[in-house]
Design a protein around this ligand. Structure first.
Ligand code: UFG
Length: 332
C-alpha cells in the first residue's frame, strides 16, 4: 500500500508517517516545510510542495499516478484560532484552497480513499456534557469554519467522484510518541506551560470562574500517538466494505481542567507550580469533552494513554531537546 501524507512533516502527520512506515507501507510525504521539519519525514520519500499553489493540483495528481498511491491523508493547514480571526482570507485560501487541490488531484488520479484532519473547533461552544458527532456544528471562528467546509467538500467529492472519505475531528492533541516528533510550536496549553517554566515565568490560567469543579476550563486531551493510531484505523475502514459514517470524533471521553493539566506537569517535572490566574480568553467554552462512542463502535479505536502519559511524554521530549548535545529540534 502507498499513502501520500500531505503535511507529513508536521507534528501529528509525522506520527502517522512513522506508524505507516512501521507497518511496512510506502509513504510519500508532501510538505512545504513552512512549519514542518525535514527531519520528521525521515524514512519516507519527500515531495516539497505548497499544495495551495495553483500548479500543485497537477503535481499532486502526477505524484499519485506515478507512485500508484491508493490513499491520501491530508493534514496540511493553518490551525491557529486567533490568527484565523485576524486573517480569515489566509484560512479560506490555504485551508479550503489546499483541500480543493488535493481532492481534485485525487479525482484526476482516481485515488479513492482520503482521510482529512478536522477539528472539534467545528462544534463552536456546544452546550452539552459530551459532544457527539450528531450535534450540529456551529463554528465560531474562521479556523473551525474552514474545517467544517472541508467536511462538506469531502461529501461533495464522494458524490461526484465515488471517493471514500473520513474526517477526524480532533479534540485537544498533546504529548509525543517519539521525542524527535514532539510539537515544537508553543500554541497549546501543555507546550505553553513547559515554555513558561523554562523561561522562569508562572503559567497563566485563562479564568478560574467557569462553571466547572475547580473553575478552570475543561478539555479532552488525547495523546498524539493514540490519535495517529486513529488515522490507521480510518484507513483500514476506508479499505473495507462497510462504511456507515464519514465523520468521527477523536478524544478520550475524559475531561481535564487547566489546573489538573498544570498539576500533572508539576508531577512529571517533580516541582511545584503556582500558576497565575488571568482573565478568561474570549471564545473559550467552559468544557469540551468528546463522546468517543462512534469511533469505538465503528473503527474499534480507543485511546490508550491518559493525561499523565501525555504530559510525561511531552516533558521527556522537551528534556531531550534541551539536552546539551540535542539535535532533536533542528531548524526546519
Ligand atoms: N489555557 C490557559 N492558559 C494558557 C493556554 C491555554 O489557561 O496559557 C487554557 C484554555 O483557556 C483552555 C485550555 O487551556 O481552557 C486549552 O487551551 P488550548 O489553547 O491548548 O486549546 P483549545 O481548547 O483552545 O483549542 C485546541 C486547538 C484547537 C482545537 C481545539 C479542539 O488549539 O485547534 O483544541 O478541542 F479546535
Amino acid at each position: 500500500m502507498t499513502t501520500l501524507v500531505i503535511g507529513g512533516a508536521g507534528y501529528i502527520g509525522s506520527h502517522v508517517v512513522r506508524l505507516l512506515l512501521e507497518q511496512g507501507e510506502r509513504v510519500i510525504v508532501v510538505d512545504d516545510l513552512s512549519t514542518g521539519l525535514r527531519s520528521r519525514a525521515e524514512g519516507a520519500e519527500l515531495l516539497e510542495l505548497d499544495v495551495t499553489r495553483p500548479e500543485a493540483r497537477e503535481v499532486l495528481a502526477e505524484s499519485l499516478r506515478s507512485s500508484g498511491a491508493d490513499s491520501v491523508i491530508h493534514f496540511a493547514a493553518h490551525k491557529q484560532v486567533g490568527e484565523s480571526v485576524e486573517n480569515p482570507e489566509m484560512y479560506w485560501h490555504d485551508n479550503i484552497g489546499g483541500l480543493a487541490n488535493v481532492l481534485s488531484a485525487c479525482a484526476s488520479a482516481e485515488v479513492r480513499d482520503v482521510v482529512f484532519s478536522s477539528s472539534a473547533a467545528v462544534y463552536g461552544v456546544p452546550d452539552v456534557d459530551l459532544v457527539t458527532e450528531d450535534l450540529t456544528p456551529r463554528p465560531i471562528n474562521p479556523y473551525g469554519a474552514t474545517k467544517y467546509v472541508g467536511e462538506w467538500m469531502l461529501a461533495d467529492a464522494e458524490r461526484a467522484h465515488g471517493m471514500r472519505t473520513v474526517a477526524l475531528r480532533y479534540f485537544n492533541v498533546a504529548g509525543a510518541g517519539w521525542p524527535e516528533l514532539a510539537d515544537t510550536a508553543v500554541m497549546n496549553l501543555v507546550p505553553i506551560v513547559l515554555d513558561a517554566l523554562e523561561q522562569g515565568r508562572a503559567p497563566v490560567v485563562f479564568g478560574d470562574d467557569y462553571d466547572t469543579p475547580d473553575g478552570t476550563g475543561i478539555r479532552d486531551y488525547v495523546h498524539v500517538l493514540d490519535l495517529a493510531h486513529a488515522h490507521l484505523a480510518a484507513l483500514d475502514y476506508l479499505r473495507g466494505e462497510e462504511r456507515p459514517h464519514r465523520v468521527f470524533n477523536v478524544g478520550t471521553g475524559e475531561g481535564s481542567s487547566v489546573l489538573e493539566v498544570i498539576d500533572a506537569i508539576a508531577r512529571a517535572r517533580g516541582i511545584e507550580i503556582t500558576p497565575e490566574i488571568g482573565a478568561r480568553r474570549p471564545g473559550d467554552p467552559a468544557r469540551l469533552i468528546c463522546s468517543g462512542d462512534r469511533i469505538a463502535q465503528t473503527l474499534g479505536w480507543k485511546s490508550e494513554h491518559g493525561l499523565d502519559d501525555i504530559v510525561r511524554s511531552a516533558v521527556e521530549a522537551r528534556a531531550a531537546a534541551l539536552a546539551p548535545d540535542a539535535d532533536a529540534y533542528p531548524e526546519g
